[in-house]
Design a protein around this ligand. Structure first.
Ligand code: DON
Length: 570
């Protein structure tokens, strides 16, 4: 029944004789025939996300009269179906919006620690940190925030929620064709789905997946219908809550009915600052993303990066040293602001940041404190979507299960994956999380507390007008990827596609290494090695989705080359 999967250099076409319009108005969204589109300039509105079907759903919703907030809700819900590795209803995230009238919106739907969680819950009898417990299975899950986040977005949307969730329901019920990469990823995770789930699921419904198979998720469709019909209570109460709590009880999970009932998304005041005359908007704690972005850009602003040249030794050294200092601050000072006093004002003050770079020495590597930190893993996933509508509203959402497929626990009978976000807490001072990040008191586990994040949805205004919507997954590399996308446009005059696809580098204080992608310039590497830097090669860093609004008002959209990410628009 499935026909062909053709992979062009930046183009994927999946087609079949079966075809179904799942979204009524506008351009049809056909789960059996869709194409990956890497970069395109649209006249009025655009969506860039991790999956072509999700970008098309967001676009169709805007064609039906929805704005960027409607599209963000519908795109996220579609991702929960077609991008199960990270798109989710069992995880959490952050939404940053700038309305056409300039109003800024920050919605924090980060997961919380269950009420029964405790500071040392991931230490064994000998006091040794057990990262397997914080990373896999029932005990790794925080109380999901995504559904509350979607409903907290509704006041800014125009269409009824029922229309926004219907495409996701249809995609779950009728299924969609999966690509070779998606098949491979499901096959690789099959053992873990079986190990960490207590019931069979849609993902384990075949022994082996292959390109062109249809992934149908009936139980997920039923859960989405309960959310459609009962609103937030369709997830946090009633049958879905009952199934989730029953799942917890079948193993060692902590999430209770009370935790679900008590979960609230929170409105946060977005962080605003300027960089070379541009207004930058980032997300405040409990994400570290906005503060790291602000600190690094402000530390770099006094230097003529553009003159030094793109990925010149001078520019790379400066950026690395700014990153090192910002991540050292992250480890000590950042945590959930409802539980820990984050010295935000001081961390962002000009005097503090100037002083922070006072010991920078051109041509010589600084040295991070010698604390052991863990290895960074390559295959974990979060996902980001960037949207601009015809009115000029901008929305950036980064959302995650944390690792790929989160805890790998599918809620029996409810068909959705739970996050393993508890690992983002500092489970023991000095013990690295799965991204190698260390922390201490500020990010220690406490009941109902939100774990510190690196997610960094970001917006840029130029002369008061919408300019850039950007964000990415990538664990601790998130803020430095967003930083490079912004520098590449503002300082190095790149177009959005080059800005996100150029080779990336990353430093996070500990481990004291410069991570680079394989196409990072060798000459710069050699010069920095001579200054005392140690390099580590990594697979692709991040999957950045960007939309830039040109001086003529056109939406220049680009989806990262590193995955099957795709843009759509009109
Ligand atoms: O909130 C955070 O910082 C992490 N849970 C994000 C994880 C992530 O980006 C994984 N993607 N590659």
């Amino acid at each position: 029944m499935y026909k062909k999967v053709l992979l062009f250099f930046c183009y994927l076409i999946i087609s079949t004789s079966v075809s179904a319009q799942i979204v009524g108005a506008g351009r049809a969204v056909d789960p059996y025939e869709y194409q990956v589109l890497k970069t395109q300039t649209f006249e009025r509105a655009a969506v860039a996300s991790a999956h072509a079907l999700a970008s098309e759903v967001g676009t169709a919703i805007m064609k039906q009269g929805g704005n960027a907030f409607d599209a963000a809700i519908a795109t996220q819900l579609a991702l929960a179906v077609v991008y199960p590795i990270a798109g989710n209803i069992g995880g959490g995230g952050f939404l940053l919006g700038c309305k056409a009238d300039g109003e800024l919106i920050g919605i924090d739907f980060r997961e919380t620690a269950p009420a029964a969680a405790s500071r040392d819950m991931y230490l064994d009898k000998e006091g040794k940190a057990q990262t397997d417990w914080s990373q896999n299975g029932h005990l790794a899950a925080g109380v999901p925030g995504t559904v509350a986040g979607l409903f907290a977005t509704m006041p800014y949307a125009k269409l009824p929620f029922k229309s926004l969730i219907q495409p996701a329901i249809d995609l779950a019920e009728k299924g969609f064709l999966i690509s070779a990469n998606e098949a491979q990823s499901l096959n690789w995770t099959m053992g873990n789905f079986n190990k960490y789930s207590t019931r069979p699921s849609a993902f384990t419904s075949r022994k082996e997946w292959k390109a062109g198979d249809t992934l149908i998720q009936i139980e997920l469709a039923q859960t989405l219908k309960r959310i459609r019909d009962k609103g937030e209570r369709g997830f946090y109460a009633g049958k879905t809550a009952k199934l989730l709590v029953a799942e917890m009880k079948r193993r060692n999970g902590l999430i209770s009915r009370k935790d679900l009932k008590a979960y609230r998304a929170k409105n946060r005041k977005p962080l605003e600052f300027t960089y070379r005359g541009h207004q930058i908007i980032g997300f405040p704690p409990p994400s570290s993303g906005g503060i790291i972005l602000a600190q690094t850009l402000k530390m770099l602003e006094p230097y003529p990066l553009g003159q030094y040249g793109f990925q010149s030794p001078e520019a790379v050294q400066l950026i690395v040293e700014a990153e090192r200092r910002a991540y050292a601050d992250r480890a000590t000072h950042l945590g959930d602001p409802d539980f820990w006093e984050v010295p935000q004002e001081q961390l962002l003050s000009d005097a503090y940041l100037k002083n922070r770079m006072a010991d920078f020495e051109a041509g010589k590597a600084s040295i991070s404190k010698n604390i052991q930190a863990g290895e960074i893993r390559e295959s974990d996933q979060t996902t980001h979507l960037s949207i601009v509508d015809a009115e000029g509203n901008m929305v950036a959402v980064t959302t995650t299960l944390n690792g790929a497929y989160g805890s790998k626990t599918v809620v029996g009978g409810a068909g959705f994956l739970l996050n393993n976000e508890m690992d983002d807490f500092s489970i023991k001072p000095g013990v690295a999380n799965m991204y190698g990040a260390v922390g201490g008191e500020a990010n220690a586990i406490a009941p109902n507390k939100r774990m510190l994040s690196s997610m960094c949805p970001a917006l840029v205004l130029k002369e008061g007008k919408p300019f850039i919507v950007v964000g990415t997954p990538g664990g601790t590399t998130i803020p430095t990827s967003v930083l490079q996308a912004i520098l590449n446009i503002i300082d190095f005059n790149m177009n959005p596609a080059d800005a996100i696809n150029s080779p990336k580098f990353h430093h996070q204080w500990l481990p004291d290494l410069v991570d680079i992608e394989k196409d990072f310039p060798q000459e710069t590497r050699k010069k920095l090695e001579a200054m005392g830097y140690t390099f580590r090669l990594r697979d692709g860093i991040g999957r950045t989705e960007i939309i830039m609004i040109g001086a003529d008002g056109k939406r220049l959209s680009a989806a990262d080359k590193r995955g099957e990410d795709s843009v759509a628009g009109f």
